[in-house]
Design a protein around this ligand. Sequence first.
Ligand SMILES: NC(=O)c1ccc[n+]([C@@H]2O[C@H](COP(=O)([O-])OP(=O)(O)OC[C@H]3O[C@@H](n4cnc5c(N)ncnc54)[C@H](OP(=O)(O)O)[C@@H]3O)[C@@H](O)[C@H]2O)c1
Length: 322
Amino acid sequence: MKAVILEAYNPEERLRVADDWPRPVRRKGEVLVRVAATAVNRSVYKTATGFIPRFMAALPKVPGGDLAGEVVEGDEAGTFQPGDRAFACVDGWRPEVAWGTYAELCSVPAAHLARIPEGVSYTDAAALCLTALTAFQALKAARLQPGQRVLVHAAAGGVGSAAVQIAKAQGMQVVATASAANAEFARSLGADQVIDYKQQRFEEVLAGSPVDAVIDTIGGEYERRSLQVLKRSGTFVNLFAQFSLWPIVKGKLRALLRLGPRYETLFVSAGQDMQQVAELVAAGRLRPHVQAVMPLEQASEAHRMVYSGHTRGKVVLQVRAE
Ligand SMILES: NC(=O)c1ccc[n+]([C@@H]2O[C@H](COP(=O)([O-])OP(=O)(O)OC[C@H]3O[C@@H](n4cnc5c(N)ncnc54)[C@H](OP(=O)(O)O)[C@@H]3O)[C@@H](O)[C@H]2O)c1
């Protein structure tokens, strides 16, 4: 089958397109999916450069964690049947998950999958996998009540654009950071207040009106500055934007010793949460923004576009025409 292969750890993240990569074999509890679309996430880069420890991501492997497609072989429990349209965020970096989603076929644990709502294209579904799931789980971890305020960084990005919409659907007030070029886009997603991070320091704008949670997709000095505007009773959600584990250790320790706000990180693929994402989509409360759709063969170009750090919403790789 056709697949994109990551053969060696390398900072240039060289990828190869193969036409003869072996088909995955469905294992117990898994579902074999014919992939129609997959989306680009930074996790491939984190794998290639070794930020994700090598023992967790044995190479060579097919990269990619997001998938939307048609079931060709269901699981033994019959949760998914051939012909079902499904989407998932797959933990592609785990050694036991040998097959990523940049391929014509992918075998996925049934527990990771959810059904794509009617009327939603494979392209849109693929754009809503890791990022929407992460946004959903980040807000769950933040344990907010309706009316509370959340600061969402990089609101125009994949995670941010989903987080703004989900937070609004759950009744929260949203403060978003975005450049001026994306301010209107962030407002169209539901942000109540948009801070142009290039012109203003968000901690100065928010001085005197601290927020109840921060969803941080930027890291580094953004974390230090965000903590200045976060209530002591609030929650900081670190989404591993920076290549350093030290802030996480420090943040968790501070929270443990009750010297700082709750400090959360996320790792999980979960079909149940994915199903709730699907329900938000079906209810019209969450829709993806797809900046570009490119063929699988252009995975490297698509990666470069995403790594520029300024894409709006998602870049999707089309594996098979809709
Ligand atoms: N489970 C997890 O922990 C998890 C899951 C998913 C993603 N992540 C991580 O989360 C991070 C973000 O992922 P993503 O897919 O949302 O990224 P993304 O889509 O590539 O983000 C791009 C957006 O970031 C905005 N941006 C760039 N610099 C900014 C700044 N200084 N302040 C505010 N906005 C800024 C850009 O807007 P402008 O063009 O307006 O600047 C652009 O729209 C990545 O590091 C990813 O690896 C973690």
